[in-house]
Design a protein around this ligand. Structure first.
Ligand SMILES: *[C@@H]1O[C@H](CO)[C@@H](O)[C@H](O)[C@H]1NC(C)=O
Ligand SMILES: *[C@@H]1O[C@H](CO)[C@@H](O)[C@H](O)[C@H]1NC(C)=O
Ligand SMILES: *[C@@H]1O[C@H](CO)[C@@H](O)[C@H](O)[C@H]1NC(C)=O
Ligand SMILES: *[C@@H]1O[C@H](CO)[C@@H](O)[C@H](O)[C@H]1NC(C)=O
Ligand SMILES: *[C@@H]1O[C@H](CO)[C@@H](O)[C@H](O)[C@H]1NC(C)=O
Ligand SMILES: *[C@@H]1O[C@H](CO)[C@@H](O)[C@H](O)[C@H]1NC(C)=O
Ligand SMILES: *[C@@H]1O[C@H](CO)[C@@H](O)[C@H](O)[C@H]1NC(C)=O
Ligand SMILES: *[C@@H]1O[C@H](CO)[C@@H](O)[C@H](O)[C@H]1NC(C)=O
Ligand SMILES: *[C@@H]1O[C@H](CO)[C@@H](O)[C@H](O)[C@H]1NC(C)=O
Ligand SMILES: *[C@@H]1O[C@H](CO)[C@@H](O)[C@H](O)[C@H]1NC(C)=O
Length: 599
């Protein structure tokens, strides 16, 4: 299964697109463009703009998890090591940071990779594309939510399917480490005798919903079409009182640029070959015993070879080094899961084309004072919906509008030694995609927005225990135009705007604890390149990014731009008071709350 899909991917690389239509993703640069007379290792540092993890100035304990060279690893089992909690890991950490550090030299495509501990995915990421003189990059991720895993002996695994030959020479040299930080004042965990353990402390148990080792592939499930449902049966401990499914997704090959895919009608009426279709809407669903309990309308991560690889050097695309995962609160369904029997967790992708990599982690909070909890689902609604499509085209030119809206909600109670707690969960999603072709199909515009708004509200008979609201907004604008096509050579002009905005508000213990964080993160980019086959032979890319985070845990602002591999401008501020004209964290600005209606 895996083999066939990756071979298809490689064939796509090598097949020049056949008609006047736009080329698809996946490029790398030719030796010509990247050649440098100095045959030395003087690497360029690539990076994703993000807020550096605030580190406590306290005792730290570091541990190397894996050192590996990913050469010809395609179709081979993941690289593994045996994890034993390091001897310096003696007390409860307040922060755990996973660090990926890699170098590469030569020419290579972007490769997706996954990092798992005990089958639980910790990181989904994409490699940077190397240069002849080498590149280096580091990814740091806060993995505190997986704390419970680090107490156990288990297998650490990294799958990075790479192909090395005389043309694609890049070998990825990788070190993965973990850093534990210990603070007197614990950041998350509340351990008072009479308190309910904090809802937002790390889960007591994290179970993988992934494929098991050994295997010649990643631990993710491969979803190849719209009817393909991949699932795993799991029994949960009978004393759980809260459950969250965290889903990792990435899309590849025919669906790498799913938001650019035209409807099938357009493809068939124009007799187009080699252009993926199924329209521009995708949904990843989480099914519990066959019922849809969660939906993800994913952020359009653009990998380092996507659109125009010169845009991503050295500033990489939003989320490409650390793909977002998506949380689905399933606490209201616990009543159905606490019977000790195995239950089926399944994943599907609406209108999927080959191939999506999907897996998940089940985060469980357990009653420390009782071996049995019980619960009941009070309400569950996931009404059917259908995306609407308005098509208007003649020949290869035309316009398409795709829109979709959906809501999923549930409520249920769980009785534990902490009392009878009722949870209300609601998730609302909105999708819009405008697509236009002109110039006999040689120019394409895509303008897409995804809004996701989810809220969780938990209360016992007296007080509100926990509230969380998460709003996400993913705007995308993409122009792509080809010209001067002669044989398998052409030029491609790209223009892009990609945004990831998020607002999160968390309240605990009836408002006694309150946190919020607000992020706006926007990239704009322009590029042109000459392409032969799938190799970029010349060109230039420019990228600008403004990242702004304000929260109760601090602020971070960065404004950076690059062109032709060179940073032109880079300004960052990491305190709330020095944000200057970019805005101050202003406590008098009201935070919208929609919990009231659930109460
Ligand atoms: C548009 O492209 C199609 C497919 O390549 C080609 O057959 C047709 O002649 C083109 N039309 C014009 C007006 O260029
Ligand atoms: C080659 O290296 C030398 C010395 O480090 C440097 O001055 C020169 O600019 C380099 N040439 C190129 C093309 O990078
Ligand atoms: C973990 O592995 C170490 C080293 O092999 C061993 O001494 C220890 O007993 C193991 N712990 C558990 C819980 O299996
Ligand atoms: C990995 O760590 C080893 C030992 O510290 C070091 O020699 C090597 O250069 C590192 N490799 C990378 C890619 O950072
Ligand atoms: C969808 O994918 C599944 C799993 O690979 C396969 O068994 C099935 O035949 C496919 N269905 C279609 C219609 O291609
Ligand atoms: C597509 O192919 C069909 C059948 O071969 C033919 O009738 C039709 O004219 C073709 N359409 C275009 C746009 O080339
Ligand atoms: C994209 O569409 C939105 C409306 O949904 C519009 O406000 C915006 O101007 C469009 N952007 C571009 C670049 O077309
Ligand atoms: C980012 O920097 C550029 C270049 O100095 C400037 O034009 C732009 O206004 C800045 N953006 C913000 C939001 O500060
Ligand atoms: C990009 O930079 C290289 C040197 O690093 C230079 O040779 C080339 O002319 C530049 N390209 C453009 C379009 O400025
Ligand atoms: C905070 O926001 C309030 C209301 O919008 C405004 O009146 C006040 O001037 C702001 N304070 C600062 C320091 O920006």
């Amino acid at each position: 299964m895996a083999n066939s899909s990756l071979f298809l991917l490689i064939l796509l690389y090598l097949t020049p697109f056949s008609n006047a239509h736009l080329p698809r993703f996946r490029f790398t640069t030719s030796q010509l463009l990247a050649s440098n007379p100095n045959n030395s290792f003087s690497p360029t540092t690539f990076f994703e703009v993000t807020r550096p993890i605030p580190l406590p100035k306290t005792q730290q304990c570091s541990h190397l998890l894996l050192q590996h060279d990913f050469g010809y690893t395609y179709g081979k089992p993941p690289a593994t090591s045996y994890y034993i909690p390091p001897s310096c890991f003696t007390k409860t950490p307040s922060l755990i940071v996973l660090e990926w550090h890699s170098t590469c030299q030569g020419r290579q495509f972007d490769r997706i990779f996954g990092v798992w501990l005990g089958g639980v995915e910790l990181l989904r990421s994409c490699t940077a594309e190397p240069r002849p003189n080498g590149i280096v990059w580091t990814v740091r991720k806060d993995v505190t939510r997986y704390t419970s895993l680090f107490y156990e002996n288990s297998t650490f695994a990294v799958h990075l399917g790479n192909l090395v030959d005389s043309t694609y020479t890049g070998v990825y040299h990788v070190n993965v480490s973990v850093h534990f930080y210990f603070e007197q004042q614990k950041r998350y965990r509340q351990s008072g005798q009479n308190h309910i353990p904090a809802f937002s402390s790390p889960a007591d148990l994290v179970l993988p919903i992934s494929r098991s080792l050994p295997l010649n592939d990643g631990l993710w499930f491969l979803i190849q079409n719209s009817t393909d449902i991949q699932s795993k049966k799991i029994s949960i401990p009978p004393n759980a009182y809260r459950a969250v499914v965290e889903v990792y997704v990435s899309f590849h090959s025919d669906d790498e640029g799913w938001y650019m895919n035209p409807p099938n009608d357009y493809i068939s009426k124009n007799n187009i070959t080699g252009l993926p279709g199924n329209g521009a809407f995708r949904e990843v669903t989480l099914k519990l015993d066959g019922n849809v309990v969660g939906a993800i309308w994913p952020f359009t991560v653009i990998y380092t070879g996507g659109v125009n690889p010169l845009l991503w050097r050295p500033i990489t695309g939003i989320g490409s080094f650390n793909l977002p995962s998506y949380d689905i609160e399933i606490t209201p369904f616990l009543g159905k899961l606490l019977d000790g029997k195995p239950h089926k967790f399944g994943f599907g992708v609406t209108d999927a084309l080959d191939v999506w990599y999907v897996d998940a982690n089940l985060h469980l909070w357990l009653d420390q004072k009782s071996s049995k909890t019980r619960g009941t689902l009070i309400k569950y609604e996931a009404p059917e919906y259908a995306p609407s499509l308005v098509s208007k085209f003649r020949g290869l030119d035309g316009k398409f509008k795709t829109e979709a809206d959906r809501i999923i909600s549930s409520a249920g109670w769980v009785e534990s030694s902490y009392g009878k707690i009722t949870s209300y969960v609601a998730h609302e999603l909105h999708f819009k995609n405008f697509m236009r072709f002109k110039g006999n199909g040689s120019m394409q515009w895509v303008n897409q927005t995804i809004h996701s708004s989810s809220s969780t509200y938990a209360k016992d008979s007296y007080t509100v225990i926990y509230t969380e609201e998460l709003q996400q907004y993913f705007p995308l604008y993409l122009y792509s135009g080809t010209a001067d096509k002669v044989g398998d050579t052409y030029s491609l002009v790209s223009e892009l705007s990609l945004g990831f905005d998020q607002k999160q508000v968390v309240g605990e213990k009836g408002g006694m604890e309150f946190r919020f964080g607000s992020l706006t993160n926007l990239q704009t980019a322009q590029g042109n390149m000459k392409v032969k086959g799938n190799l970029v032979t010349s060109g230039i890319g420019s990228t600008q990014q403004v990242y702004k985070y304000e929260g109760t845990d601090g602020c971070f602002f960065r404004n950076v731009s690059s062109t032709n591999y060179t940073i032109l401008f880079d300004k960052s501020v990491d305190s709330c008071t020095n944000l200057g004209r970019w805005g101050v964290f202003n406590e008098s600005v009201p935070i919208r709350s929609s919990y009231a209606k659930g109460a």
